[in-house]
Design a protein around this ligand. Structure first.
Ligand code: BGC
Length: 759
């Protein structure tokens, strides 16, 4: 009898899944109906099961586990008590877990398989902060598209990306995962990444569901220490933190992830205001919210939940739809519903959201659609992936300084010394969050340069950055004593025309839980740089890092500095092409570089104080430091080219009243000798408002490529959306008054004009 019921139920599910495949993927109503019928036959435990996500557990293609946690997870899978798994990778493994869910559980509901595809899967693109430095939305979208194609070929159908936390704090290691400090740029990039991952059709076999994370405020952790307390006011929340999330929601992102931090006293995971009021009510987000890893149970340590059961109640009532690895929902939620502490309609709503994404992915049509071994073999690490990664890597490089045009290097037999612990490194350029990529798979700078002129190239490491092989989950051991390789490097430098020094952070020095209180070059690298400088001043410093660093000495003394971040698999090739001028750099910083850690948080869109400038020479009573300038070392938007650009004729046409726009135009000329790309940036300042406004806010940018002596007129249009702001009750308002408009190739080199908005 039991068998008959199960078979019957299975048929209902299959029937509801298989009929009319194409129509139902595009038909919301039909999906709703299918979900309705499915919900009717699900037990409470099965519903809760959909809200449960487990980490990969045993070698799924091997023997079944017979004890401990793995056995429990396996049993739960068979019972239909697992809705999703993360970190199960590779077609073989994904097929194996999917098979248990689909073929052994009562209702056969497929799993959604999540993974941190943060900047590529097997083939890595630059870390997201580096990609943001390209300001090239098309390229960024393409990069996410490639990541989706590769990951989906390995069985993955859901990425925990994009990470769109705005941050003004380079101490926070996770800045490498985001798009930097600006909400406007951050929103555009959020949209591009969502579109890239999800494509036009989530049902396609090479697109995957995206996840906007971490909602919300995670990038504002106090003192840049990961997981730390966040306390921000309404204005910062609405004008700075929310915009990229709103943009992701409007772009149709399938899922959100909440965050580890508390926000103004309430952990994000148990935060009804964030998840229900803002996200689901105000923004009408109809996907689902997954908790961060263990963030439900962590509410206990926060001092917000009494115990696991209480944490479960708080999270479910606050609108966290899926529990990642807290084992809370699976153990406690059904009982809480039975006790009346969590409404069953909340459970139904969560399950509906989760099933909807599964339907949209086409998992009910074919649970094994991402499990094609032939495709996996073809796509992973393919030439197409490598080409895309190289293209993105070149676009992400920022030329910070180029005194005396030391760069580009001459191809006519210049003797080059390549020095530094990261120069031959084939792992570090992969950066953090590269879970599926293998060690030693990046092209090193040494390899990249050898392709140009190996005969005139000598290499010496100079020093080791770490004492032992770094591991993702372990604290790095930095070398602070062993200088035994200095001598060789000095000799090599003495005999060279130009020295290229590749210094910075190991790939695992940024990322989750990698906060740093000191942002100088770690270990002995500064000492090495100064020692080399003593014997050869023609130094090009190539930085590999996951965050802004404090490099005052280098800025003062080293003629050329190239910000090359952690650029992924094709790193060395991209760097070599830029150094030799086969690619003219066009990147612009998405985050300010501080002069000193003491300036942090430092960001271009700060507000004026009542005493913003020195008015009386020699008198101290104005807003400043007595030991460091207020300005950053390199401002947001900064980045040079091998050519030069001149901005002229900034014109404004105000037709706001008649057609709701302010038109701004500017003339840009390439005044140098090389073809080059410029990111033209438009900023506004609302000079006087009912709530104080930043001194500058980015409101538009365009990328333009010009031949030498070519001039182009560029047009921008500002609408209500760009001119308004959120007030302290979270309402969007637009006020009449005087505005400044600034245009330029950085947030501080600009020409300006004014207009008066008579709303
Ligand atoms: C991170 C998330 C990530 C999750 C799963 C957490 O520690 O905060 O961003 O998606 O782990 O790997």
């Amino acid at each position: 009898m039991k068998k008959t019921i199960i078979t019957l139920a299975f048929c209902v599910v299959l029937f509801s899944c298989n009929e009319n495949k194409t129509e139902f993927s595009s038909n919301e109503n039909l999906i709703d109906q299918k979900i309705d019928s499915l919900l009717k036959i699900m037990t409470l435990e099965e519903k809760v099961g959909q809200m449960n996500q487990y980490n990969g557990f045993w070698d799924v293609t091997g023997p079944k586990p017979d004890g401990g946690d793995a056995a429990k997870k396996y049993e739960h899978l068979k019972k239909g008590w697992v809705g999703s798994m993360l970190n199960v990778t590779g077609v073989k493994n994904v097929r194996a877990v999917q098979k248990i869910a689909v073929e052994e559980s009562r209702l056969g509901i497929p799993l959604i398989i999540g993974f941190d595809v943060i900047h590529g899967y097997k083939t890595l693109s630059p870390i997201p902060l580096a990609e943001a430095a390209s300001w090239d939305l098309e390229a960024i979208q393409k990069s996410a598209e490639m990541a989706a194609e590769e990951a989906s070929a390995a069985g993955i159908n859901w990425t925990f990306a994009p990470m769109i936390d705005i941050s003004r704090d380079a101490r926070w290691g996770r800045v490498m995962e985001g798009a930097g400090e600006d909400p406007f740029l951050g929103s555009k990039i959020a949209e591009a990444r969502v579109n890239g991952f999800q494509g036009k059709d989530l049902n396609a076999h090479n697109t995957i569901a995206a996840c906007a994370k971490h909602f919300a405020g995670y990038g504002f952790s106090e003192s840049g220490r990961d997981y730390n307390t966040v306390d921000v006011g309404t204005s910062t929340l609405f004008n700075t933190i929310f915009p990229p999330f709103k943009a992701a929601s409007e772009a149709g992102v399938s899922t959100f992830m909440n965050s580890f931090n508390e926000l103004n006293g309430i952990p994000a995971t148990g935060n009804t205001y964030l998840q229900r009021d803002i996200l689901k009510e105000q923004w009408k987000f109809d996907g689902f919210v997954v908790s961060d890893w263990g963030s439900i149970i962590e509410m206990k340590a926060h001092g917000f939940a009494k115990d696991k059961k209480h944490a479960t109640e708080l999270a479910a009532n606050a609108g966290s739809d899926m529990d990642m690895e807290s084992y809370a929902y699976v153990e406690e939620l059904a009982n809480l519903v039975k006790e009346g502490k969590v409404k069953e309609e909340f459970i139904d709503d969560s399950v509906r959201r989760i099933l909807k994404v599964k339907y949209e992915l086409g998992l009910f049509d074919d649970p094994y659609k991402y499990c094609d071994e032939a495709r996996e073999k073809d796509v992973l690490g393919s030439e197409k992936m490598h080409n895309a990664s190289l293209d993105m890597a070149k676009k992400s490089i920022v030329l910070l300084k180029n005194e005396g045009n030391l760069l580009p290097l001459s191809k006519k037999g210049q003797k080059i010394a390549l020095i530094g612990p990261l120069a031959a490194d084939k792992t570090s350029p992969l950066g953090s969050w590269r879970l599926a990529a293998d060690d030693n798979t990046a092209v090193s700078v040494l390899e990249g340069l050898e392709k140009y002129d190996g005969n005139n190239l000598t290499y010496a490491k100079g020093t080791d950055l770490t004492l032992e092989q770094p591991e993702f989950i372990k604290e790095l051991k930095i070398n602070t004593a062993d200088k035994s390789e200095f001598g060789k490097a000095i000799t090599v430098a003495k005999n060279a025309d130009v020295v290229i020094m590749v210094l910075g952070e190991h790939g695992f020095q940024s990322g989750e839980a990698r906060s740093r209180a000191v942002l100088d070059l770690p270990g002995l690298q500064q000492e090495l740089l100064e020692a080399i400088f003593k014997v050869n001043k023609n130094i090009v410093l190539v930085l590999n890092n996951g965050r802004p660093l404090t490099i005052n000495w280098a800025d003062k003394n080293i003629p050329a500095i190239v910000e090359a971040w952690h650029l992924g698999t094709q790193s060395g090739n991209a760097i070599a092409q830029v150094l030799y001028g086969d690619y003219n750099p066009s990147g612009k910083l998405p985050m300010s570089f501080p002069r000193s850690v003491g300036q942090i948080p430092i960001y271009y869109n700060y507000k004026n104080t009542g005493r913003p400038v020195l008015t009386d020479p020699g008198i101290v009573f104005w807003s400043h430091y007595s030991d460091v300038e207020n300005t950053p070392l390199y401002p947001f938007g900064h980045g040079l080219s091998y050519t030069s650009f001149v901005y002229e004729n900034l014109n404004i046409t105000d037709t706001f009243k008649t057609n709701g726009t302010i038109s701004v135009s500017v003339k840009l000329t390439n005044t140098g000798k090389t073809k080059g790309k410029e990111v033209v940036q438009l900023y506004i300042q609302d000079k006087f408002a009912s709530i104080t406004r930043p001194v500058k806010e980015l409101k538009g940018f365009q990328m333009v490529e010009l031949n030498p002596n070519e001039t182009k007129e560029l047009k921008f249009s500002l609408t209500k959306k760009e001119l308004g702001f959120y007030n302290n009750t979270g309402d969007f308002i637009i006020e009449s008054g005087d505005f400044n408009v600034y245009i330029g190739g950085s947030s501080n080199t600009v020409i300006d004009a004014q207009f008066n908005l008579n709303n």
